[in-house]
Design a protein around this ligand. Structure first.
Ligand SMILES: [Zn+2]
Length: 169
């Protein structure tokens, strides 16, 4: 995690993005998109113009139309692949959020990225809109929604805050 901090003021440019886009295959929007380039401590990492770039970080910036960010690029708790570069599985957060995220592990979501047993994969775009509507307008509680959709409260929180499923307005 420390090395990611060093990337805080590192900008991404066209060349970086091009390299990034050439090393994974865009899959379904709610499944892991695995980096097949080189790895560093499990994270996708590549070199461009003499500098190292973490693939998930570039993904986070690129898909959010940013060229840099002082925040860390983090995987949502439901994603167990460090080399996943799906922007729906990533968010920009602080070191504190990162630690909180690691402090609780939900064993039932371990199979998350393997497919059928993973409930978060069954969410549809309409579910995302419904979740946000129910939370913001109908004032449903996080734990109610977590139960209703069979996903973790933290993930509901990310959906409501727009950190997950960002492309759904
Ligand atoms: Zn993932």
């Amino acid at each position: 995690m420390t090395e990611q901090n060093l990337n805080g003021d590192r900008k991404i440019n066209k060349e970086v993005i091009e390299k990034f886009l050439n090393n994974f295959i865009k899959g379904e929007e709610n499944k892991c998109w695995l980096w097949f380039g080189t790895l560093h401590e499990g994270y996708g990492r590549f070199m461009c113009n003499g500098e190292y770039y973490f693939a998930h970080r570039v993904s986070c910036l690129y898909y959010n139309n940013l060229i840099k960010s002082p925040l860390l690029a983090l995987h949502i708790r439901e994603c167990f692949n460090k080399n996943c570069v799906n922007p729906n599985h990533l968010y920009l957060g602080t070191q504190k959020e990162n630690q909180e995220d690691r402090s609780i592990i939900y064993p039932e979501s371990y199979n998350h990225c393997k497919g059928e047993s993973n409930v978060t994969h069954k969410l549809t775009e309409q579910d995302i809109r419904d979740i946000r509507y129910k939370k913001k307008c109908l004032k449903h509680k996080l734990h109610q929604l977590a139960k209703e959709y069979n996903i973790t409260e933290s993930y509901i929180g990310l959906i409501v805050q727009g950190k997950a499923w960002k492309h759904i307005k």
